[in-house]
Design a protein around this ligand. Structure first.
Ligand code: DGL
Length: 302
């Protein structure tokens, strides 16, 4: 009898989830990972709910079909728009079907351990906020879809009383990153534009959440902007929160609390990369974002 040993799937519309993957692999290097970037259909952040939900569900099902027991939506847009529906509507059905399609001759360690789950990035990020802010004024930089979902505002309201939350959609940041232009001089204009806008709306913001997993790739420019301009605003000492480390800690904690998932995971320390775009193009760009070169494989999600 062969045991089914599962991987952790990490999904994003494109390259942004690599910032989460790296942090998770630093924290939990022992597990096997499968990264999927839907680069051919990125950006998601300007699409409607229906489209984001349909694309995300296709990706989640694909990763489950590749033996991933857990899928992390390393994408705020997918977490904001699709996570709850997938968890409530699709997962029960998927888990039911999965129990039936276990290949003959393979042993399920115990019935509970055959379950699949999907986790998002918004909750772990929001939980870090109360310990960081001094003024209680929080800024959310995110895609138009994440902003319109109000997910951050609602989660922060649930977590702590009296926080003042201001959102800013940054529709041009993901396209800049997907096209490898995030460190170019041209990117300065759009970094300035959105940071200026959010801090003019609320100059007391002292905590800026990068609510899109692509945005840490702009961090050198964002930090530089704050060094040059932060003093013009009331809070002056502005902390920028990126999600990688928070998501990694949260996953480590989840696996301790859920041994039924941890016990399914294989521990070969590997990572494979899938993209819906051209594999060479992905490999080239991803190698720039990651600390070592990668070789991706092309897949179709329709
Ligand atoms: N990384 C995704 C996020 O965190 C980017 C969304 C997009 O494709 O626009 O929201």
């Amino acid at each position: 009898m062969q045991r089914i040993m599962a991987k952790i799937g990490i999904f994003d519309s494109g390259y942004g989830g690599l910032t989460i993957l790296e942090a998770i692999r630093r924290e939990l290097p022992q597990y096997d990972y499968l990264y999927l970037g839907d680069n051919a259909r990125a950006p998601y952040g300007t699409h409607s709910f229906d489209v984001i939900y349909r694309y995300t569900l296709q990706a989640v099902k694909y990763l489950f079909s590749q033996d991933c027991a857990l899928v992390i939506l390393a994408c705020n847009t997918a977490s904001a728009k699709a996570l709850r529906t997938i968890q409530q509507k699709d997962l029960p059905e998927i888990n039911h079907k999965f129990e039936k399609i276990v290949p003959k001759g393979k042993e399920i360690i115990n019935p509970k351990s055959s379950k699949r789950n999907v986790l998002g990035v918004i909750r772990p990020t929001v939980e870090a906020v109360p310990a960081i802010t001094k003024t209680g004024h929080i800024g959310i930089l995110a895609t138009p879809a994440t902003v319109s979902s109000e997910s951050y505002v609602l989660e922060l309201e649930k977590l702590a009383d009296g926080l003042s939350v201001t959102q800013q959609a940054c529709p041009l940041w993901v396209p800049l990153i997907e096209n490898g232009e995030h460190l170019s001089e041209g990117a300065d204009y759009f970094v300035d534009k959105y940071l200026q806008q959010i801090l003019e709306k609320d100059p007391r913001i002292d905590t800026l959440i990068l609510g899109c997993t692509h945005y840490p790739l702009l961090l050198p420019k964002i930090s530089q902007w704050i060094r040059n301009n932060g003093k013009r605003f009331a809070a002056s000492d502005i902390q920028v929160i990126s999600q990688g480390y928070l998501e990694a800690k949260s996953l480590a904690d989840y696996l301790v609390r859920h041994p039924e998932y941890a016990s399914q995971l294989s521990q070969g320390g590997s990572c494979h990369y899938l993209t819906t775009e051209n594999a060479d193009r992905f490999s080239q760009s991803a190698s720039l974002f990651l600390s070592s070169p990668v070789q991706a494989e092309h897949i179709d999600l329709e």
